[in-house]
Design a protein around this ligand. Sequence first.
Ligand code: SF4
Length: 218
Amino acid sequence: MLERTKELNNWLTSQKCQALVAALNDKHFTAVYCETAQQAADYILQAAEQAQSIGFGGSLSVADLQITSALIKAGKDLLNHGLPDLTPEQRWTIMQQQQTCDLFIVGTNAATTDGCLVNIDGIGNRVSAMIYGPAQVIVVVGRNKIVEGDYIDGIQRIKAVAAPANAHRLDRDTPCAESGFCHDCDSPERICHVTTIIDSQPSGADLHVLVVNEDMGL
Ligand code: SF4
């Protein structure tokens, strides 16, 4: 991208990120603007100082931050059900432990400009931990996840982009993993079973949303 074009694009997306931060704060989330992914990583590492058990929701946005080695070095107990070589039983146990961890770090499939976090899950472990259980939740939102509109527009983004791309990434036997388009399938490997709309901070929750002016995740 030419330098001037890149500069203008960054300005535009920065405005959209900051408008989303304002909308989320109006909904009583703790929303923070991050110009870079590094700022988001620094925010999480600082929050993690108060936590011992740290869960990961299986998000590419969080993986992009490359914070796990620093957390391991700090002696934290990491709960990551996406590690290779886990048995299905081990994976299930870790997902259960995530529900009551000190800090849960996760992405979102869409964040709408009216201040909602919209997600679709196959199992529901990720979205349930976002809503209830962990002492603190940090949601990382790359600028590419911002959807102008309401939760309907958010769901449309997920079906058009996130779900087919994730099905392909996870090598699921679904039609979208082949074609890139949602076919509203009834495949046994369908990844769309649970849809959540977090439209303001849940009572008793401590939910932080980091809105990053970089593309992150799918
Ligand atoms: S409903 Fe099926 S085809 Fe549509 S995105 Fe979900 S898994 Fe893919």
